[in-house]
Design a protein around this ligand. Structure first.
Ligand SMILES: Nc1ccn([C@@H]2O[C@H](COP(=O)(O)O)[C@@H](O)[C@H]2O)c(=O)n1
Length: 254
């Protein structure tokens, strides 16, 4: 097995495939159903995630990035079938707003023990035509497992969370994780981010499966982030350029 990825089993048919060697510390989730499997996020494309996925499922795999930033779409190149939210169809299909050179500089921003065959000169930003374009409320049916698409923009315009009601699992992407939450990109919006948190707040959640950093995400973080955004709103800070604000489990950069 590749030394680039780390695999951990969450339950009998759910796995997390992580890239801990890189500063982004991404997590991708493989959900195995009776009919098909779903890979939520696909990592940076530095090594071949499909080789790992093939060891964990024999079902057809749908790849689904929570949003189309480079560190979530790198592995799409290895899958025939992938979905994106309608608000980022353009980004995945030829119009991503960052240059390849800038993204390459992010790939090597911090020292990293890359795989021996990794060649930055050959690194590309994935571009392609999704097999399906998703909208809020869509259901992805894996046979015995169903995932609801929740459109949660703010970090990125087409950001989605996936909610598995039967298990009360929230696949939270970059909306919720331990670390620095980012709403400062020109394509981010802190007010909309706050609205997305409010959309998640009423859901019964037993497990938060986030896209970055520490996997042990406390359930209380959802209400903590909500309260932090409300406080920033009261203080008139929900506008870009306001700065970085620190809380016990996370920061918010606006
Ligand atoms: N307008 C943007 C959008 C994204 N980036 C870079 O992409 C990465 C985003 O990573 P997430 O895991 O937070 O989705 C990150 O490396 C950003 O620097 C950007 O620079 N500008």
């Amino acid at each position: 097995m590749s030394e680039w990825f780390t695999v951990e089993q969450i339950d009998e048919d759910t796995y997390v495939i992580s890239e801990y060697k890189h500063w982004e510390e991404t997590h991708c989730y493989l959900l195995n159903g009776t009919e098909r499997s779903l890979l939520i996020d696909t990592g940076m494309g530095i090594d071949n995630i499909k080789e790992i996925v093939n060891q964990l499922t024999d079902k057809p795999v749908i790849a689904l990035p929570t949003h189309t930033h480079w560190d979530h779409i790198g592995g799409l190149q290895y899958f025939d079938e992938f979905y994106v939210h309608e608000d980022e169809e353009e980004w995945i299909n030829g119009n991503f707003p960052l240059t390849l050179e800038y993204i390459k500089s992010l790939v090597i921003e911090e020292p990293c023990d890359f795989p021996s065959d990794f060649d930055l000169d050959k690194y590309e930003i994935f571009q392609g035509q999704p097999s399906k374009v998703l909208k809020d409320g869509d259901i992805i049916d894996l046979g015995n497992r169903k995932l609801k698409v929740i459109h949660t923009p703010g970090h990125a315009p087409g950001h989605i969370c996936l909610y598995e009601e039967a298990r009360e699992y929230l696949y939270s992407g970059d909306l919720i994780y331990i670390g620095k939450l980012t709403a400062f990109f020109p394509t981010s919006d802190p007010v909309i981010y706050n609205n997305s948190i409010k959309k998640i707040l009423p859901l019964p959640v037993k497990k938060i499966l986030s896209a970055h950093h520490d996997l042990n995400v406390p359930l209380s973080i959802i209400s903590e982030i909500s309260e932090a955004f409300d406080d920033l709103k009261i203080k008139g800070k929900l506008k870009q350029g306001s700065g970085t604000f620190s809380y016990p489990n996370f920061e918010i950069e606006i």
